[in-house]
Design a protein around this ligand. Structure first.
Ligand code: GLU
Length: 513
């Protein structure tokens, strides 16, 4: 059972600005958000930027813009502020040193003065002997640290300003047993853990120290994060007990897997199979390389959110379409599975299709109007709206509207000759010419009328309706797709229909000798 404390739940999304946020990261933020709203708790955004070497300019802005677009809102955080501000770790630097010292005082941590080159040397020696060097209980007494060196020498090194790091002292020979809401009981032997650095020689904490200290200070009740952090959990558990603090509950979310079902979904899979793995477009500030985003690819943020909600969480019913409000009501960590969820690009499009079909026509008209304006095409909104109504069912994205409907806005410049060669009969051009005359004479140029006239004309010619309509479609559209032909005629108008028949016949005659 999920153990929800009676006090308010507090969860956080704690990204590091080391690059664009992968959709797996958006899902982590989303599950935190859904859990917060479901339990009536608080959602916090904390930026974990203590690793200067991995800092990427623009990444923090990218992360907040992505979350904003996804509709994930924060009650406290870098922009929202709150009682535990500041929420950016680089603005909290002074705090961590104090806690590192507290662990030193409690005998849970120690100073290590080993130079990086010395450790590198040890690593190489071990490699030659086919061993792996780990800074742990088996070797720490032989290295240059405050556990091995005499006290006065340690004081001397500190006084002389020798560079040092502070390492956590992993207890020897213990079996740790702890719980994860999703994975159940986990047990780890301390012999498998190394004495991780908590505080670096540059005066900055490492992720582990800053993360645990902040989760404690910010009174986080549930740590919901990706499975890739599971290996860090034993250390975090030891840190909490080292400080004598109460632990939050932990929930490690399963990976999002490649469409093939093996291994973690990566940017390369997206490039290979042609779908975005980032919420919004990202331009790498160092290489200038652009990675596509869901937003720019034409996804509705609601569709991306709906898809991500179901990539790991199972509502326990057949329902697949969820609004954010429904997710707030239904979401629970108990229904998040242990095993990874396979990402399915076709399903992502399916979700978008659903939201497209259900989107208010006015909004689609506005979006499509913008695409048309970029092409230099301006038509009255009523006309665009009618086109939208005709093509939305056949489209997954607003961006598809153009492919489905360009002939409503411009005369084709080429006609599909393959179809002509395969389907046209000798009498087809004559039939079209005769029908062109019918069009000229016809009364009101409306779909119903056009249909009735076409039927009467075909009957009178002793031809099937298809023998007239398929070639006519080719003349008007340039190809064999599109919505109801009588409607296409009505929308294009009498003059344009006649002009297209003429142009098509000239083009076809000239290109099919
Ligand atoms: N800063 C870590 C990250 O980039 C946060 C991990 C956690 O949630 O504890 O994902």
């Amino acid at each position: 059972m999920e153990n929800i404390p009676t006090s308010e739940t507090r969860v956080r999304f704690a990204p590091s600005p080391t690059g664009p946020l992968h959709i797996g990261g958006v899902r982590t933020a989303l599950y935190n958000y859904l859990f917060a709203r479901h339990t009536g708790g608080k959602m916090i955004l904390r930026i974990e930027d203590t690793d200067k070497n991995r800092f990427v300019p623009g990444a923090e802005e990218y992360i907040t813009a992505s979350l904003e677009w996804a509709g994930i809102r924060f009650d406290e955080g870098i922009h929202a502020g709150g009682p535990f501000a500041p929420y950016r770790q680089s603005d909290r630097k002074e705090i961590y040193r104090h806690y590192a010292e507290e662990l030193l005082a409690r005998g849970q941590a120690y100073y290590a003065f080993d130079a990086p080159e010395e450790l590198e040397q040890k690593r190489k020696e071990a490699e030659q002997e086919k061993r792996v060097f780990t800074y742990d209980a088996s070797v720490r007494v032989h290295l240059k640290n405050s556990l091995a060196l005499p006290e006065d020498e340690v004081q001397q090194l500190l006084k002389s300003g020798s560079p040092f790091v502070i390492r956590f002292k992993i207890p020897e020979n213990e079996t740790l047993v702890f719980q994860d809401i999703i994975r159940g009981e986990i047990s780890v032997h301390t012999a498998t853990l190394d004495d991780k650095v908590l505080f670096k020689s540059d005066g900055m904490p490492t992720y582990h120290l800053a993360n645990v200290v902040d989760d404690h200070l910010m009174e986080i009740t549930h740590v919901i994060r990706g499975e890739e952090w599971l290996p860090s959990l034993p250390l975090h558990v030891l840190l909490y007990s080292g400080f004598g603090w109460e632990m939050p509950l932990f929930a490690h979310l399963p990976l999002i897997l490649k469409p093939e079902g093996t291994g973690k979904l990566s940017k390369r899979d997206g490039d290979r199979l042609g779908f975005p793995v980032f919420p919004i477009e990202w331009k790498d500030p160092f290489t200038g390389e652009i990675s596509s985003g869901y937003r720019e690819a034409g996804y509705f943020s609601e569709a991306m959110v709906n898809m991500l909600a179901l990539l790991g969480w199972n509502p326990g019913t057949e329902q697949e379409i969820f609004s954010m409000d429904e997710l707030f009501r239904e979401f629970s960590l108990e229904r998040v599975g242990k095993s990874g969820s396979r990402f399915d690009p076709a399903k992502a499009r399916w979700f978008n299709h659903h939201y497209l079909v259900n989107c208010p026509t006015g909004e689609l008209t506005q979006r499509f109007g913008k695409i048309l304006a970029e092409k230099g095409i301006r038509r009255n909104p009523d006309y665009i709206e009618r086109v939208v109504e005709l093509v939305r069912e056949r489209s997954d994205f607003v961006n598809d509207f153009w492919t489905q409907s360009h002939f409503f806005f411009e005369t084709p410049s080429a006609w599909d000759l393959d179809t002509v060669r395969k389907k046209w009969k000798e009498e087809t051009p004559g039939l079209l010419r005769a029908f062109r005359d019918v069009i000229l004479e016809m009364g009101e140029f409306r779909a119903e009328n056009i249909k009735a006239e076409a039927e009467a004309f075909a009957r009178q010619q002793g031809a099937g309706l298809g023998q007239l309509m398929s070639p006519l479609r080719l003349c008007l559209v340039g190809a064999t797709f599109g919505p109801d032909l009588a409607l296409i005629c009505e929308m294009l108008g009498r003059e344009e229909v006649m002009a297209r028949i003429d142009k098509a016949l000239v083009y076809i005659a000239a290109n099919t000798v």
